[in-house]
Structures are given as C-alpha cells and as structure tokens.
Design a protein. Structure first.
Length: 138
C-alpha cells in the first residue's frame, strides 16, 4: 500500500511574504506545485505538505467564507519536534520573522509545547513528546 500524503490548504493574504516567513523558519517549497497563486510548503518530504493559497485562489475550492483569523480559529496545526530546544527555536524564528506568540509554553512533563501565529493568523502548535515519559492517568 502506498504511503498516504496530506496536503493542508491555507488561505494567505500575501504569498511572497508568507513564503519568506516560512523560509525563515527553515521550510522549503516544492517548485513543481508553486506559482503566483499558491506555494507547496514541504513539512515532511513525500508525505506532509501545506498548500499556501492566495485568498482568491483558495475561494475557488469552497463556497464558504474564509475564516477571519483575528476573531476565530479555523484549525490548529500541530507539528512534532525532536526536542524542547527545537520547539523554542521555531517559536523564536517565527517571532523574529514577524509572527506572534499568543501564549506561554506549556510543560506537561510528558509533553512540552508552544506555538505561534503566522502572518495570516493561522495557529501553529509545536510539541515535543518525551519518548521515556508516560501520560498521567486521569
């Protein structure tokens, strides 16, 4: 069975600024699926991609209104990280590239997380799961 791929589609106001933002965080783009209307950001080669689509192009895929990220949340995107340091590093890079940090880091012992909002207000959570720890029982 072939490996499944996921393509998360997000509307963006300014594609070039958005590409520069995510490039500053260390992401690359697949030129085969990138043009003036959208960019294919590679999260995990051959399996996880984020399609950053200009709002007019995004609207061709739905009849619904685009969520106003200043007042609502349409999705929480969570990326795993290999360490607490990687979580903190990506948050620092996002802030330096013009993103915002709406909350403080959370340390649950077995999991450490923090996050940022990109230039379009999409929420990106970053999490490190300690492979040697157990989730507390409820």
């Amino acid at each position: 069975m072939a490996t499944k791929q996921i393509f998360v589609n997000l509307p963006v106001k300014n594609l070039e600024k958005t590409k520069a933002f995510f490039t500053a965080l260390g992401f690359s783009f697949n030129p085969q699926f990138t043009n003036d209307s959208g960019a294919c950001m590679v999260v995990q080669k051959d399996s996880i991609h984020v399609m950053l689509l200009t709002e007019p192009f995004f609207k061709t895929f739905t009849t619904k209104q685009i969520a106003d990220t200043a007042t609502s949340t349409e999705v929480l995107l969570c990326l795993s990280c290999e360490s607490r340091a990687e979580v903190d590093d990506l948050v620092a890079k996002a802030k330096a590239a013009g993103g915002t940090v709406p909350s403080q880091p959370q340390d649950h012992g077995f999991m450490y997380g923090h996050g940022f909002q990109d230039l379009d207000g999409h929420l990106w959570e970053l999490a490190f799961m300690d492979p040697n720890a157990e989730m507390p029982k409820q």
